[in-house]
Write a protein that binds this ligand. Sequence first.
Ligand code: ASP
Ligand code: MG
Length: 402
Amino acid sequence: MALIVKKFGGSSVKDAEHVMNVAGIVVDEYKAGNDVIVVVSAQGDTTDDLIEKAKEINSATPLKREMDMLMTAGEQISIALLAMAIDKLGCPVISLLGWQAGFSTDSHHGKARIKKINTERMKTELSKGNIIIVAGFQGLNKYDDLTTLGRGGSDTSAVAIAAAMSADRCQIYTDVDGVYTADPRKVKNAVKMDEVQYDEMLEMATLGAQVLNNRSVEMAKKYNVELEVLSSLERKPGTIIKEHVKMEKTLIRGVAKDTSVTTISVVGLKDQPGVAFKLFNKLAQYKVNVDIILQSVGRHGTKDITFTVSHEQMDDAIKAMESMKGVFDYSDLKVNNGLSKISIVGAGMESNPGVASKMFEALYDADINIHMISTSETKISVLIETELADKAVQAVHDAFIG
Ligand code: ASP
Ligand code: MG
């Protein structure tokens, strides 16, 4: 007998028919003789709808504690419905809210981190023979107030349970059947991968291959929880995410696209020590995550610094730069939302010369101009015009994966 954790996203439980389908998958696992803990998200677009309701009341600054009170309601609905569906199929089941399942978090409303899971209740329920349905994305802080883990947080709930309960498997069910070498809706010859390494998956997730939430992959790596991403609609194996994967001859595992890129150029900074420090320190104070950084060569005593942030952080980044006026001056702030980031991902490409030039050649052949470049051990990224992003992904995918 094994302990299996299964997580189902909002699209997999969006209506009664889908809930019954999920119940069927869960019951089959249980009848095969396994203990099953299920984590579910809110149905369909419920979380977005709840956020909209809050905005109708206060579009600017709804209370963060009350936002969590509101959003946790979405998952409460889906756990109750799924438990009813499993009961209908004749299996013993109990639904638990995050706190009932033992989730303690810090007090960062809307972005809470899990501090501890008290597994007592889950263990008791399993020993009674129950299937357990846990509300994803939520916990309780030390003041007994409800918290949420940030958008897409149910993946993290599932991985956390798998780690805390030493589960044998953690399966993340979604509406795609695995992780592909590129977005299969855009790139016809994209290939489904059998296995991917944690680090590769992390790059793919940050780079806009929206299959798994990033924090869940980080946690899976930290606690060595093997993940499987698979479809709730077709019963077939998905993609396994783990530390060591079978060596394949392809060095490049995937091509990702991120269209949420804002480029900010601070023009005419003094060319002297401390300027970059002050600038990025200010951005850190405003909690802005900077991705690519480029500094121009100094000329006539001035230099330019250009950096990229996600669209959501554009306003904060601009505010941070404006607040620097007076601390030290610059002549102009240029903001551009028209670029996208295309990246190739693959562990071990640093030891392989020629990868970058092959990527640039593919873009050159497709007549696509590169604005910025950045590289790391597991990826090479370029910024190009957003209008050309899909063409670029296809060209690079053809060059490396074919
Ligand atoms: N329902 C939450 C959201 O939409 C959590 C999740 O789906 O994982 O962000
Ligand atoms: Mg959701």
